[in-house]
Design a protein around this ligand. Structure first.
Ligand code: SIN
Ligand code: CO
Length: 380
């Protein structure tokens, strides 16, 4: 067995992704000892505190005092941390994959699920006794232990009622069936709506690999926004057969019929839904800004440099595709002419070797060059 295959199997407790998805995904929790052997986290406490001080990083601080919780949203100043007690608090830093290549690489270890489902990597630092309390999440999550130990109690329960009046979601009743202490490199998978509570034994960090799953209402709202931006119907309301109004306040049946007819011209088909999905899923998070190169190479020089050095996508870039289009950070582009394999490899592996970059067609180079000029892709 190759080392790569061995580490892929270790991640899911000696299961292939296919076996894990069939037996556990959305179905039951899985505790994996030494999922990432030797892993002790990517960030120190001070690095997390520094990230929490930035206004382009989403962070939260949860402090527990008995059954009371207080919540503060970032940016958080260093002085706020100096004022904290020695125990019972936790700092959570969301979307850390957008700020660190190592964190992005860790998130993409889970690319046995499509990028369109991977949401972000959240890192929490907890002082001993710290945690966010017993709760449930609406999404699947892998909880990977960094340095230190954490006790997780978890289980499925029907009653998901929350305690009222608290700034964080806390279950009114918590009846866990499982109890485990996670050491560095251990990992716990929880399906959506599993009750769980992680309490730090030592000062510790936990890496949450989170997934995105829009509610049907969110999908419909986003789809209607998409349609609204593209709707373009000919004509304007007209009533050449108008009669004197006896009840001028009444909205007449003829008007209702005409408007219903006009609106029936709003149409969409499967292709509309596909374009909508690609643009929506590839839309970067609102906090994301790209840094275009200061002196971008012109297309020919860029193509020559890509053939020498290869290409890499910016870690913040969302680059997806379907049969009809390539979706780059919220924009749909019909597949440029040429063999699709190399461009698909760039999207999947998020990098392209010099040899494969040399096989991009001129139209594909044009698309990648456009991305490079925006800071979406870089020369390796
Ligand atoms: C944490 O890292 O403390 C919270 C993770 C979770 O329970 O979802
Ligand atoms: Co949770």
């Amino acid at each position: 067995m190759t080392a790569r295959l061995a580490s892929r199997l270790a991640l899911l407790g000696q299961r292939t992704p296919r076996a894990f998805l069939a037996s556990h995904w959305h179905k039951q929790a899985l505790l994996v000892r030494a999922a990432l052997p030797g892993f002790a986290g990517l960030f120190t406490r001070d690095e997390l505190v520094a990230l929490a001080g930035r206004d382009d990083v989403e962070s939260r601080l949860v402090v527990r005092d008995g059954a009371r919780y207080t919540l503060a949203h970032g940016p958080l100043r260093k002085a706020e941390f100096r004022a904290l007690p020695a125990r019972d608090w936790t700092l959570l830093v969301q979307g850390i994959n957008l700020h660190s290549d190592a964190a992005d690489a860790l998130l993409r270890r889970f690319a046995f699920l499509p990028y369109a489902r991977l949401d972000d990597l959240m890192v929490s630092y907890a002082a001993p006794g710290g945690g966010v309390g017993p709760h449930f999440d609406s999404y699947d999550v892998f909880l990977l232990q960094g340095f230190g130990r954490r006790r997780w109690r978890y289980g499925m329960q029907d009653d998901l009622t929350l305690k009222p009046g608290l700034p964080v979601k806390i279950l009114r009743r918590f009846t866990p069936q499982h109890d485990a202490v996670l050491a560095p490199g251990d990992m716990l998978y929880l399906p959506p709506a599993y009750a769980h509570d992680g309490v730090a034994i030592d000062a510790c960090t936990t890496y949450s690999i989170g997934f995105r799953a829009a509610s049907h209402t969110e999908l419909a709202q986003a789809f209607l926004d998409y349609l609204r931006d593209r709707v373009d119907l000919p004509g304007r309301y007209a009533d050449p057969d108008a009669k004197p109004a006896r009840e001028p306040a009444r909205i007449g049946a003829a008007m209702q019929r005409r408007v219903a007819q006009a609106l029936a011209a709003v149409r969409w088909d499967r292709a509309t839904v596909e374009r909508f999905l690609g643009t929506m899923l590839s839309e970067p998070k609102p906090s994301v800004f790209f840094a275009p190169p200061a002196r971008p190479l012109a297309r020919a020089a860029f193509a020559a440099a890509a053939r020498r050095r290869g290409l890499v996508l910016d870690r913040r870039t969302q680059w997806l595709y379907d049969d009809a289009c390539v979706y780059v950070n919220g924009e749909a582009h019909a597949w440029p002419a040429g063999d699709r394999a190399a461009l698909a490899a760039l999207a999947n592996a998020r990098a392209l070797s010099p040899r494969r970059a040399a096989s991009l067609s001129p139209a594909q180079v044009a698309l990648v060059h456009e991305g490079y000029r925006h800071g979406y892709a870089h020369l390796a």
